[in-house]
Write a protein that binds this ligand. Structure first.
Ligand SMILES: [Fe+2]
Ligand SMILES: [Fe+2]
Length: 199
C-alpha cells in the first residue's frame, strides 16, 4: 500500500493538526501565566510548547515523504479541543486532559500504521504518544501544586533556585523575593518530580 492511499496518511495529517493546536494552546496558557507573574511555570509550559512543535515537525516530514510532487491539500475530519479559557488553575488541568486524549488517539494511530505496514511511522506515533503521557502527568502534578498552594511551600526541604541570578536557598518555603537579585517568587524554579521532567 502506498502511504498516500492509506489511513495512516490521514492520521499523520490529523496528528499534525493536533500538535499545531496543542502548541498554540500552550502559548495561550504560557501567556496567561507570565502575565500573572508565574514566570517559572510559564517557562515550563513554553518548553512543552516547543516539544509539540517538534512533534509537528516530524509528522510533517513524514507527510512530505509520501509524494515527490507538491502536496496541496489533505482532507481530515476530526474533533479538536477548545476548552481552555483564561483561568490558570483550570487550564493546567485541561492541558492534562488534552494530553491524555492525544495519547489515546496515538494508540489508535499506532495500531492502524502497524496494520498497514508502516512500521517507521508506527514507531514515531508510539514515541510521541509516550511523551504525551509524560506531559499529562506533568500537568496534573503542576495543577495539584497550583491548586493546593504547594508550588513554593513543601513538607520537605528543597533547593529554591533563582534562574535569573543563580542564587540557591534550601528550606521548606521558597523566598518571596530573591535575596540576591530581588526577582519575585514566581521566577523561582518550581519542584518537579524527576520522573516527570522532560527537559
Ligand atoms: Fe505532542
Ligand atoms: Fe504534549
Amino acid at each position: 500500500m502506498k502511504l498516500k492511499d492509506s489511513k495512516t496518511y490521514e492520521n499523520l495529517a490529523r496528528a499534525y493538526a493536533a500538535e499545531c493546536q496543542a502548541r498554540t494552546r500552550y502559548e495561550f496558557v504560557e501567556y496567561g501565566l507570565r502575565y500573572n507573574g508565574f514566570e517559572a511555570l510559564a517557562q515550563i509550559v513554553d518548553t512543552i510548547a516547543y516539544q509539540e512543535f517538534n512533534h509537528a515537525r516530524m509528522l510533517y516530514t513524514q507527510i512530505q515523504g509520501a509524494d515527490q510532487k507538491q502536496i496541496d491539500n489533505i482532507d481530515i475530519s476530526a474533533g479538536f479541543p477548545f476548552k481552555e479559557k483564561w483561568d490558570m488553575e483550570k487550564n493546567l488541568k485541561l492541558l492534562a486532559e488534552d494530553e491524555f486524549l492525544e495519547a489515546e488517539a496515538y494508540k489508535e494511530f499506532v495500531a492502524v500504521a502497524e496494520k498497514e505496514g508502516f512500521s517507521d511511522i508506527a514507531t514515531l506515533f508510539k514515541q510521541i504518544g509516550e511523551v504525551e503521557i509524560r506531559h499529562q502527568k506533568l500537568f496534573l502534578n503542576l495543577y495539584e501544586q497550583f491548586k493546593n498552594g504547594t508550588l513554593y511551600k513543601k513538607k520537605n526541604e528543597e533547593a529554591w533556585i533563582c534562574p535569573n541570578c543563580g542564587y540557591i536557598e534550601f528550606g521548606k518555603e521558597a523566598w518571596e523575593k530573591c535575596p540576591l537579585c530581588e526577582a519575585e517568587q514566581g521566577v523561582c524554579q518550581v519542584v518537579v518530580p524527576e520522573e516527570l521532567r522532560c527537559w
